[in-house]
Design a protein around this ligand. Structure first.
Ligand SMILES: Nc1ncnc2c1ncn2[C@@H]1O[C@H](COP(=O)(O)OP(=O)(O)OP(=O)(O)O)[C@@H](O)[C@H]1O
Length: 325
Protein backbone atom coordinates (compact mmCIF):
# COMPACT_ATOMS: atom_id res chain seq x y z
CA UNK A 1 0.00 0.00 0.00
CA UNK A 2 1.40 3.37 -0.99
CA UNK A 3 0.82 6.43 1.21
CA UNK A 4 1.23 10.14 1.10
CA UNK A 5 1.96 11.20 4.67
CA UNK A 6 0.52 14.49 5.97
CA UNK A 7 2.55 15.43 9.05
CA UNK A 8 0.71 17.72 11.46
CA UNK A 9 3.29 18.91 13.96
CA UNK A 10 2.84 20.75 17.27
CA UNK A 11 6.39 21.98 17.87
CA UNK A 12 5.39 23.43 21.24
CA UNK A 13 4.22 20.05 22.65
CA UNK A 14 6.24 18.67 25.55
CA UNK A 15 7.89 22.08 26.15
CA UNK A 16 9.63 21.93 22.77
CA UNK A 17 9.91 18.13 22.33
CA UNK A 18 7.58 18.53 19.35
CA UNK A 19 10.27 20.45 17.48
CA UNK A 20 13.03 17.99 18.40
CA UNK A 21 10.93 15.02 17.35
CA UNK A 22 10.02 16.73 14.05
CA UNK A 23 13.70 17.47 13.34
CA UNK A 24 14.48 13.79 13.95
CA UNK A 25 11.72 12.15 11.95
CA UNK A 26 11.27 14.43 8.90
CA UNK A 27 14.69 13.47 7.45
CA UNK A 28 13.72 9.80 7.86
CA UNK A 29 10.74 10.28 5.52
CA UNK A 30 13.08 11.74 2.91
CA UNK A 31 15.70 8.99 3.49
CA UNK A 32 13.08 6.29 2.98
CA UNK A 33 11.84 7.95 -0.23
CA UNK A 34 8.38 8.43 1.22
CA UNK A 35 6.18 11.22 -0.06
CA UNK A 36 5.03 13.67 2.58
CA UNK A 37 3.83 17.20 3.33
CA UNK A 38 4.50 19.07 6.56
CA UNK A 39 2.05 21.32 8.43
CA UNK A 40 3.24 23.17 11.52
CA UNK A 41 0.70 24.23 14.13
CA UNK A 42 1.79 27.80 14.89
CA UNK A 43 -0.57 28.76 17.71
CA UNK A 44 -3.01 27.19 20.18
CA UNK A 45 -5.97 25.96 18.16
CA UNK A 46 -4.09 26.04 14.85
CA UNK A 47 -3.75 22.21 14.99
CA UNK A 48 -7.57 21.92 14.92
CA UNK A 49 -7.75 24.42 12.06
CA UNK A 50 -5.22 22.47 9.96
CA UNK A 51 -7.09 19.22 10.74
CA UNK A 52 -10.32 20.82 9.54
CA UNK A 53 -8.76 22.01 6.28
CA UNK A 54 -7.21 18.60 5.59
CA UNK A 55 -10.54 16.91 6.47
CA UNK A 56 -12.34 19.09 3.96
CA UNK A 57 -10.15 18.59 0.94
CA UNK A 58 -7.49 15.91 1.43
CA UNK A 59 -8.12 13.05 3.86
CA UNK A 60 -10.16 9.95 3.06
CA UNK A 61 -12.04 7.40 5.14
CA UNK A 62 -10.65 3.85 5.15
CA UNK A 63 -13.04 1.72 3.09
CA UNK A 64 -12.68 -1.20 0.66
CA UNK A 65 -13.06 1.33 -2.12
CA UNK A 66 -10.54 3.96 -0.94
CA UNK A 67 -7.90 1.40 0.02
CA UNK A 68 -7.95 0.10 -3.55
CA UNK A 69 -8.52 3.31 -5.45
CA UNK A 70 -6.56 5.88 -3.48
CA UNK A 71 -2.96 5.43 -4.47
CA UNK A 72 -1.27 6.95 -2.62
CA UNK A 73 -3.67 6.88 0.37
CA UNK A 74 -3.55 10.21 2.30
CA UNK A 75 -2.55 9.36 5.89
CA UNK A 76 -2.47 11.99 8.62
CA UNK A 77 0.45 11.59 11.04
CA UNK A 78 -0.03 13.65 14.21
CA UNK A 79 3.17 14.69 15.98
CA UNK A 80 2.55 16.17 19.43
CA UNK A 81 1.22 15.36 22.88
CA UNK A 82 -2.09 13.96 24.07
CA UNK A 83 -3.63 17.44 23.73
CA UNK A 84 -2.75 17.68 20.04
CA UNK A 85 -4.32 14.28 19.40
CA UNK A 86 -7.36 15.41 21.39
CA UNK A 87 -7.74 18.56 19.26
CA UNK A 88 -7.48 16.71 15.95
CA UNK A 89 -9.83 13.84 16.83
CA UNK A 90 -12.39 16.26 18.30
CA UNK A 91 -12.30 18.25 15.07
CA UNK A 92 -13.08 15.05 13.14
CA UNK A 93 -15.81 14.17 15.66
CA UNK A 94 -17.49 17.57 15.26
CA UNK A 95 -17.26 17.24 11.46
CA UNK A 96 -18.72 13.70 11.74
CA UNK A 97 -15.84 12.17 9.76
CA UNK A 98 -13.71 9.21 10.75
CA UNK A 99 -10.26 9.09 9.16
CA UNK A 100 -7.49 6.66 10.11
CA UNK A 101 -4.59 8.49 11.76
CA UNK A 102 -1.05 7.71 12.83
CA UNK A 103 0.63 9.27 15.84
CA UNK A 104 4.18 10.04 16.95
CA UNK A 105 4.23 11.01 20.66
CA UNK A 106 6.06 14.24 21.52
CA UNK A 107 4.26 15.46 24.63
CA UNK A 108 5.22 15.58 28.27
CA UNK A 109 2.73 13.04 29.62
CA UNK A 110 2.21 10.77 26.60
CA UNK A 111 -0.42 8.69 28.38
CA UNK A 112 -2.10 7.73 25.12
CA UNK A 113 1.10 6.17 23.73
CA UNK A 114 1.48 4.23 27.00
CA UNK A 115 -2.18 3.23 26.83
CA UNK A 116 -1.97 1.67 23.36
CA UNK A 117 1.54 0.28 23.82
CA UNK A 118 3.10 2.58 21.21
CA UNK A 119 6.78 3.37 21.72
CA UNK A 120 7.43 6.79 23.31
CA UNK A 121 10.67 6.91 21.36
CA UNK A 122 9.77 8.89 18.22
CA UNK A 123 11.97 6.90 15.83
CA UNK A 124 10.60 3.58 17.11
CA UNK A 125 7.05 4.94 16.97
CA UNK A 126 7.65 5.87 13.34
CA UNK A 127 8.84 2.29 12.71
CA UNK A 128 5.56 1.12 14.34
CA UNK A 129 3.68 3.31 11.86
CA UNK A 130 5.62 2.34 8.75
CA UNK A 131 5.52 -1.40 9.54
CA UNK A 132 1.70 -1.51 9.74
CA UNK A 133 -0.17 -3.25 6.95
CA UNK A 134 -3.65 -2.75 8.42
CA UNK A 135 -5.04 -0.10 10.79
CA UNK A 136 -5.77 -1.11 14.39
CA UNK A 137 -9.20 -0.46 15.85
CA UNK A 138 -9.08 1.26 19.22
CA UNK A 139 -11.79 2.74 21.43
CA UNK A 140 -11.97 6.42 22.30
CA UNK A 141 -14.53 7.69 24.81
CA UNK A 142 -17.27 9.85 23.37
CA UNK A 143 -19.21 12.11 25.71
CA UNK A 144 -22.27 14.29 25.87
CA UNK A 145 -22.52 16.82 28.68
CA UNK A 146 -26.16 17.83 28.95
CA UNK A 147 -25.87 20.92 31.17
CA UNK A 148 -23.32 22.80 29.05
CA UNK A 149 -24.62 21.12 25.88
CA UNK A 150 -21.15 19.98 24.80
CA UNK A 151 -20.04 16.80 23.12
CA UNK A 152 -16.76 15.39 22.01
CA UNK A 153 -14.25 12.59 22.36
CA UNK A 154 -11.37 11.95 24.70
CA UNK A 155 -8.31 9.89 23.82
CA UNK A 156 -7.38 9.23 27.47
CA UNK A 157 -9.78 10.35 30.17
CA UNK A 158 -12.49 12.66 31.39
CA UNK A 159 -12.12 13.75 35.00
CA UNK A 160 -14.30 15.64 37.46
CA UNK A 161 -13.06 16.79 40.88
CA UNK A 162 -9.50 16.57 42.17
CA UNK A 163 -7.64 15.69 38.95
CA UNK A 164 -9.53 18.40 37.07
CA UNK A 165 -8.80 20.96 39.81
CA UNK A 166 -5.09 20.08 39.58
CA UNK A 167 -5.11 20.43 35.79
CA UNK A 168 -6.97 23.75 36.10
CA UNK A 169 -4.53 25.13 38.69
CA UNK A 170 -1.54 24.02 36.58
CA UNK A 171 -2.83 25.29 33.23
CA UNK A 172 -3.61 28.69 34.76
CA UNK A 173 -0.42 29.17 36.75
CA UNK A 174 2.44 31.40 35.68
CA UNK A 175 4.82 28.93 37.28
CA UNK A 176 4.05 26.39 34.51
CA UNK A 177 5.29 28.70 31.77
CA UNK A 178 8.43 29.53 33.75
CA UNK A 179 9.14 25.93 34.78
CA UNK A 180 8.50 24.67 31.23
CA UNK A 181 11.37 26.87 30.07
CA UNK A 182 13.67 24.82 32.30
CA UNK A 183 11.99 21.48 31.36
CA UNK A 184 10.54 21.28 34.87
CA UNK A 185 6.87 21.25 33.82
CA UNK A 186 6.06 18.27 36.07
CA UNK A 187 7.11 20.34 39.10
CA UNK A 188 4.22 22.70 38.36
CA UNK A 189 1.84 19.73 38.77
CA UNK A 190 3.34 18.99 42.17
CA UNK A 191 2.80 22.63 43.25
CA UNK A 192 -0.79 22.44 42.01
CA UNK A 193 -1.45 19.18 43.87
CA UNK A 194 -0.27 20.84 47.09
CA UNK A 195 -2.43 23.89 46.33
CA UNK A 196 -5.70 22.16 45.57
CA UNK A 197 -5.51 18.97 47.63
CA UNK A 198 -6.74 20.56 50.86
CA UNK A 199 -9.21 22.86 49.09
CA UNK A 200 -11.06 20.19 47.08
CA UNK A 201 -14.05 18.93 49.07
CA UNK A 202 -15.92 15.66 48.73
CA UNK A 203 -19.03 16.02 46.55
CA UNK A 204 -22.08 13.81 45.91
CA UNK A 205 -22.33 11.99 42.58
CA UNK A 206 -24.77 9.62 40.99
CA UNK A 207 -23.21 6.91 38.85
CA UNK A 208 -25.24 4.90 36.35
CA UNK A 209 -23.52 1.98 34.67
CA UNK A 210 -25.29 -0.48 32.33
CA UNK A 211 -28.35 -1.32 34.45
CA UNK A 212 -26.98 -0.22 37.86
CA UNK A 213 -27.21 3.00 39.90
CA UNK A 214 -24.85 3.95 42.72
CA UNK A 215 -24.81 7.13 44.82
CA UNK A 216 -21.56 8.22 46.41
CA UNK A 217 -21.72 10.98 49.02
CA UNK A 218 -18.12 12.12 49.08
CA UNK A 219 -16.52 11.67 45.68
CA UNK A 220 -13.11 13.34 45.50
CA UNK A 221 -11.47 12.18 42.30
CA UNK A 222 -13.65 10.79 39.46
CA UNK A 223 -12.03 9.67 36.23
CA UNK A 224 -13.50 7.83 33.26
CA UNK A 225 -10.79 6.27 31.12
CA UNK A 226 -10.34 3.95 28.14
CA UNK A 227 -6.85 2.69 29.08
CA UNK A 228 -4.90 2.33 32.34
CA UNK A 229 -2.94 5.60 32.49
CA UNK A 230 -3.47 9.14 33.60
CA UNK A 231 -1.37 12.03 34.90
CA UNK A 232 1.73 11.06 32.92
CA UNK A 233 2.02 7.35 33.67
CA UNK A 234 -0.06 6.62 36.79
CA UNK A 235 -1.87 3.31 36.21
CA UNK A 236 -5.18 4.49 37.71
CA UNK A 237 -7.20 1.68 36.07
CA UNK A 238 -4.72 -1.16 35.53
CA UNK A 239 -7.26 -3.53 33.96
CA UNK A 240 -8.58 -1.04 31.36
CA UNK A 241 -7.98 -2.12 27.77
CA UNK A 242 -8.23 0.28 24.82
CA UNK A 243 -8.95 -2.61 22.45
CA UNK A 244 -12.23 -3.29 24.30
CA UNK A 245 -15.37 -1.16 23.82
CA UNK A 246 -15.65 -0.47 27.56
CA UNK A 247 -15.23 2.49 29.91
CA UNK A 248 -13.34 2.15 33.18
CA UNK A 249 -14.56 4.56 35.83
CA UNK A 250 -12.63 5.21 39.01
CA UNK A 251 -13.83 7.13 42.06
CA UNK A 252 -11.72 7.87 45.12
CA UNK A 253 -13.68 9.15 48.11
CA UNK A 254 -12.69 12.11 50.26
CA UNK A 255 -11.09 10.34 53.20
CA UNK A 256 -8.47 11.37 55.70
CA UNK A 257 -4.96 12.18 54.54
CA UNK A 258 -3.46 8.92 55.83
CA UNK A 259 -5.97 6.81 53.92
CA UNK A 260 -5.33 8.87 50.77
CA UNK A 261 -1.59 8.36 51.17
CA UNK A 262 -2.27 4.64 51.62
CA UNK A 263 -4.18 4.59 48.31
CA UNK A 264 -1.32 6.53 46.69
CA UNK A 265 1.08 3.83 47.91
CA UNK A 266 -1.21 1.06 46.62
CA UNK A 267 -1.36 2.92 43.29
CA UNK A 268 2.40 2.65 42.87
CA UNK A 269 1.99 -1.12 43.15
CA UNK A 270 -1.21 -1.25 41.04
CA UNK A 271 -3.05 -2.66 44.09
CA UNK A 272 -5.49 0.24 44.63
CA UNK A 273 -8.50 -2.01 43.93
CA UNK A 274 -7.87 -3.55 47.38
CA UNK A 275 -8.96 -0.31 49.09
CA UNK A 276 -12.65 -0.01 49.97
CA UNK A 277 -12.47 3.74 49.32
CA UNK A 278 -11.35 3.17 45.74
CA UNK A 279 -14.34 2.36 43.52
CA UNK A 280 -13.89 0.88 40.07
CA UNK A 281 -16.56 0.22 37.45
CA UNK A 282 -16.19 -1.30 33.97
CA UNK A 283 -19.15 -0.61 31.73
CA UNK A 284 -20.17 0.03 28.13
CA UNK A 285 -22.31 3.07 28.99
CA UNK A 286 -21.80 5.49 31.84
CA UNK A 287 -23.70 8.43 33.27
CA UNK A 288 -22.22 10.65 35.99
CA UNK A 289 -24.30 13.35 37.64
CA UNK A 290 -22.81 15.98 39.94
CA UNK A 291 -25.29 18.60 41.11
CA UNK A 292 -22.52 20.70 42.68
CA UNK A 293 -20.15 22.71 40.47
CA UNK A 294 -16.78 21.03 39.90
CA UNK A 295 -13.85 21.50 37.57
CA UNK A 296 -13.64 19.12 34.62
CA UNK A 297 -10.69 17.97 32.53
CA UNK A 298 -10.59 16.26 29.16
CA UNK A 299 -7.19 14.83 28.23
CA UNK A 300 -5.52 17.51 30.34
CA UNK A 301 -7.57 20.42 28.89
CA UNK A 302 -9.55 21.96 31.74
CA UNK A 303 -13.09 23.35 31.86
CA UNK A 304 -14.47 25.90 34.33
CA UNK A 305 -16.51 24.78 37.36
CA UNK A 306 -20.00 23.56 36.51
CA UNK A 307 -22.53 20.90 37.54
CA UNK A 308 -22.35 17.79 35.31
CA UNK A 309 -24.78 15.44 33.67
CA UNK A 310 -22.28 13.47 31.66
CA UNK A 311 -22.99 10.47 29.44
CA UNK A 312 -20.13 8.43 28.06
CA UNK A 313 -19.86 5.61 25.56
CA UNK A 314 -17.08 4.31 23.31
CA UNK A 315 -16.25 5.27 19.73
CA UNK A 316 -14.09 3.30 17.30
CA UNK A 317 -11.03 4.99 15.83
CA UNK A 318 -8.63 3.49 13.29
CA UNK A 319 -4.98 3.88 14.19
CA UNK A 320 -2.22 3.20 11.75
CA UNK A 321 0.44 1.33 13.69
CA UNK A 322 1.89 -2.11 14.17
CA UNK A 323 2.23 -2.71 17.91
CA UNK A 324 3.86 -6.12 17.64
CA UNK A 325 7.32 -4.70 16.84
N1 LIG B 1 2.42 26.31 18.21
C1 LIG B 1 1.71 26.17 19.30
N2 LIG B 1 1.97 26.91 20.40
C2 LIG B 1 1.28 26.73 21.55
N3 LIG B 1 0.29 25.82 21.71
C3 LIG B 1 -0.01 25.07 20.65
C4 LIG B 1 0.67 25.19 19.40
N4 LIG B 1 0.14 24.29 18.54
C5 LIG B 1 -0.84 23.66 19.21
N5 LIG B 1 -0.94 24.12 20.48
C6 LIG B 1 -1.84 23.67 21.55
O1 LIG B 1 -1.12 22.82 22.44
C7 LIG B 1 -2.08 21.99 23.12
C8 LIG B 1 -1.64 20.57 23.10
O2 LIG B 1 -0.38 20.39 23.65
P1 LIG B 1 0.02 18.86 23.92
O3 LIG B 1 -0.91 18.28 24.92
O4 LIG B 1 0.10 18.15 22.63
O5 LIG B 1 1.41 18.97 24.53
P2 LIG B 1 1.81 18.64 26.04
O6 LIG B 1 0.82 19.29 26.95
O7 LIG B 1 3.20 19.02 26.20
O8 LIG B 1 1.69 17.05 26.05
P3 LIG B 1 0.94 16.05 27.03
O9 LIG B 1 -0.53 16.37 26.92
O10 LIG B 1 1.28 14.69 26.50
O11 LIG B 1 1.49 16.31 28.39
C9 LIG B 1 -3.37 22.08 22.31
O12 LIG B 1 -4.30 22.81 23.06
C10 LIG B 1 -2.96 22.79 21.04
O13 LIG B 1 -4.01 23.57 20.46
Amino acid sequence: MKFHYYLLINQAAGSGSGKKVADKIIPLFAEKNLTYSVYYSKWKGHDAQIAEELAEDTLKEWTEETREQEAPFPLLVIVGGDGTLHQVLNTFHQLKVNFPVAYIPAGSGNDFARGIGLSRNAVKALENVLAATEPQEINLLSYEEKISDRQGVVVNNFGIGLDAAIVHATNHSNAKTQLNKYKLGSLSYIFSILRVFFVQKGFPILVETSGKQVSLEKAFLCTATNHPYFGGGVAIAPTADIAKPTIDFVVVERINLFKILWIALLLTQKKQLHSKNFHHFTTSKLRIVSTTSQYGQEDGEDTEKQPFDLQLSTKKQLFWCNLTL
